[in-house]
Every structure is written in C-alpha cells, then in structure tokens.
Design a protein around this ligand. Structure first.
Ligand SMILES: Nc1ncnc2c1ncn2[C@@H]1O[C@H](COP(=O)(O)OP(=O)(O)OP(=O)(O)O)[C@@H](O)[C@H]1O
Length: 329
C-alpha cells in the first residue's frame, strides 16, 4: 500500500500481550489461562489443530467476544476498554466481513470504507483500487460478489483489511479457500506488510505455511498455549535424533543403552549388505554428541557415519499437540 509505512511499534515492545486470558462456553474452556506475547514487528504464527481456540482468542483480542477471565492488551492498550482507540490501528480478517452479494467487489469495499469513521473520503477511490490490486482482484473487481469463489471472497476480505495502513494485522486462516497461486500471493503480501513494519498475527492449522512466513509462533492445544517463541527456539526445544552408521549394530545399541538413551530400530543400509543405521532419540538435556562417539569408539564399535538431526518443526509440533494438525477435538 502506498499510504506510507505503518508505525509498527517499537522493537522490544509487545503488539499483543495477554495474561491468564480465558473464555468459557458453559462448562467448556475454549481458551484457558492464555499468556501470549507477540513482539512488535514479528510475523507471528498462531498454530493449532481445528478447535484448539485460535479463533476464540482472536475474537477476544479484537473485542468481538468477551473474555471470561484474564486481561489482554493490543498495541499497548487494554482491551476491550480501549477498543475505539485501538481498532483504527488494526486491520483484521476474521471469518470474512459481511459482503453484499449483489454488489461488486469494488462497491463492497467502497461501502465498508465509507462505514469506517476514520477513513478519509478524498483518498477512498485510490485506496480501494490499490487494495484490490494488492490482493490480485483488480480484474474481478467489477463482478458481483455472489459470483465470487471462496478464495475470491477471502481476497476481498484481505483487501478490506488493507484499505488503510495499519500497525497490526490480525489474519484468521487467511489462505483458507485459496488455490496454491493465491496462497503464494498471500505469503508475499504478508512479507511486504512485515517489510513495511506492520506486525502480523496470523492463525493457521498449516504448519508449512507458518514455517515459510513467520518469525515467531505459538502453538495451541485444546484451549491451552503449549509453546511460543521464535521458530528457532521452538525447533531447538524439540528432541534431536542421533543416527550411527555401523557394521556393529548390536554393540552400538548396547553403548546407547548404557548412556541412558533408548535405541531405535536398526535399519539396514544398502540392502543389508553394508553397515546398518542405529538411531536413538536425544532428549533436550542430552548426552553431548562427542561423548556418544567416544563411548562407541571406546567399546570397539566401528563408526562409519554419525549424525545428530535436530528434528523438524513438524516433529516438534506433533510432539506438542499430540494429535497433529487437521484434527477436530
Ligand atoms: N459460540 C460458541 N459456543 C460454544 N462453543 C464454542 C463457540 N465458539 C467456539 N466454541 C468452541 O470452542 C472451542 C475452540 O474453538 P475455536 O473456533 O476458537 O477454535 P479454532 O482453533 O479457531 O478452530 P478452527 O481452526 O476450526 O476455527 C471449540 O471446541 C469450539 O467448539
């Protein structure tokens, strides 16, 4: 957007911060004791399987739902008390805004912008066209929304969030309904927002998506936050795996067991004719790699190859959520 860079917030401050935030529906806690911290300037992935409480959290942050416990602040101000001061600084895509089906995409944006008391009328036409272009809807802007696909409606929702520069963008599953091309475009859009200094808070149940675009992430499971931090921090908190390539698989297993590690299966390499690969999981506070090699050699194990694999973010998230992704609670 050409409307000038967003302020973005001072690095080191939090764009979103919650303490003990919770929401109950009857006896069910949709969100429970949430302590979330989204640093200013981050592209923050809010991950979790379906039903883990992401949308409920976002709704509370935006004043669309009332918390039943705890506190939340957005751009340094308490919510929902400071709603009127905060919302003009926040762009949001949550469950798609209500569009008029018999109006064109462009006319819908004009109406939504006109309904916003903070939007300058003089620049409306230009801002609407820029937002439509930015989400790749320029060519379809004259079509009625009732003829839009789900992906096109999603893009229109994004365009609505982009009508003015914002310090914080909150996007709930922004690639829902988009084809691979549309997904790539949204990723690029998020990167360009971040480049302009906007903090982006994006929920997703797609790990690969978060891994590609985010600097930080939090993981929800059944209403609870189970991890948050930079992607690197989340990765390194996971369990690493050691793999030993050796013709002395039995002896290698013995050494691993003596070191307190649990040896995994022995996999033949090269159809069983050559050495075998022996693996073991290294817990977070594990035996250092050099000590393992020393013990193997000391025991007379011939080592042809040795590697420590930190494990992917996916391994870590499956570890954390138990059920993996795309699973309803
Ligand atoms: N209005 C409501 N009334 C009762 N229960 C609700 C309501 N909204 C959400 N819930 C429940 O709260 C839990 C969390 O839902 P939420 O929509 O926040 O999850 P989510 O992580 O956003 O999932 P999804 O990715 O499927 O949108 C779910 O068990 C859901 O059924």
């Amino acid at each position: 957007m050409k409307g000038g860079p967003a302020a973005g917030g001072t690095p080191g401050t939090a764009a979103i911060e919650t303490h003990g935030l919770g929401k109950r529906y009857g006896s069910q806690a949709a969100v429970d004791k949430l302590d979330l911290r989204v640093p200013a300037g981050a592209v923050f992935g809010f991950l979790g399987p379906n039903g883990s409480g992401k949308t409920t959290t976002i709704r509370m942050l935006l004043g669309l739902a009332n918390a039943t416990s705890g506190t939340a602040s957005v751009l340094g101000q308490a919510m929902p008390r400071a709603l009127d001061a905060v919302l003009p600084r926040v762009g949001a895509l949550v469950e798609g805004p209500a569009f008029y089906p018999y109006l064109t995409g462009r006319a819908n944006l004009h109406r939504l912008d006109a309904a916003c008391p903070y939007a300058p009328t003089a620049t409306r036409r230009v801002r609407v066209e820029e937002a439509l272009d930015r989400v790749g809807l320029g060519a379809a802007a004259g079509k009625k929304v009732k003829a839009y696909s789900l992906g096109m409606k999603q893009r229109l929702g994004l365009a609505n969030a982009l009508l003015r520069p914002r310090e914080l963008m909150v996007l709930d599953e922004p690639t829902n309904g988009l084809d691979p091309q549309g997904t790539r475009e949204v990723r690029k859009l998020i990167a360009s927002l971040a480049h302009d200094g906007t903090t982006v808070f994006v929920s997703s149940h797609l790990l690969a998506e978060v891994e590609q675009i985010c600097t930080h992430a939090a993981v929800m499971r059944a209403g609870r936050l189970v991890a948050q931090g930079t992607l690197e921090e989340l990765r390194s908190a996971g369990q690493a795996k050691v793999t030993i390539l050796t013709p002395d698989a039995g002896a290698a297993r013995t050494v691993l067991a003596r070191l307190g590690l649990v040896p995994g299966t022995v996999e033949p390499v090269n159809d069983g004719a050559g050495p075998a690969a022996v693996t073991a999981v290294l817990p977070a506070a594990a035996v250092p790699a050099e000590d393992i090699v020393e013990a193997l050699v000391g025991f007379g194990v011939r080592v042809r190859g040795f590697s420590v694999d930190k494990g992917s973010l996916e391994d870590r998230f499956v570890e954390l959520t138990g059920e993996g992704f795309d699973v309803a609670r």
